[in-house]
Ligand binder design. Sequence first.
Ligand SMILES: [Fe+2]
Ligand SMILES: [Fe+2]
Length: 191
Amino acid sequence: MTVDEMRRELQRRLNKNRFAHSIGVANTAVKLAKKFGVDEDKAYIAGLLHDCAREFEDNDLPAQAIKRGIKFGEVEKNSPLLLHAYIGAQMVTEIYGVDDKEIIQAIYRHTVGARNMTALDKIIYFADMIEPHRNYPGVDKLRELAETSDNLDEIILTALSESIIFVVQKNALVHPATIDARNYLLLGIKS
Ligand SMILES: [Fe+2]
Ligand SMILES: [Fe+2]
């Protein structure tokens, strides 16, 4: 599939707001990719398709994951929305013909992060948080950081900390991968 075809297919499958969010993430990811020397085409495709599994209703996600043989734990059982990242990482190949491992991994990791994230993983994770349609307290601070900081690890560390605080304030479960991602970065920065 060409990128144009991917965009058309995604637009057909997602509702208007989710499609607009996807375009926002793709464009933001390209900007960050330029700044941090990451492959811009991969950033665009990963950003565009990161939420492709949101074509399913939230309550259909567990069944879709089971159907695809995706194993998941207690945190995902409690917050099934998290599953869209893992399902999406398979759907990019199934529906959109993407076989690039870096793109697939960035989509897989975009909601909760992971230890040892690549620059592309970090860019997609962060672009998802700050694309222009996002509107939550603190988003402007993160957008500003994207402009002022030349250190992708510093940016992503702030983003991970903000998401952990947000989840804790909601009294929701924190995914261990997010803690891992943050610890891994902190240890790297401190050593
Ligand atoms: Fe997502
Ligand atoms: Fe998203």
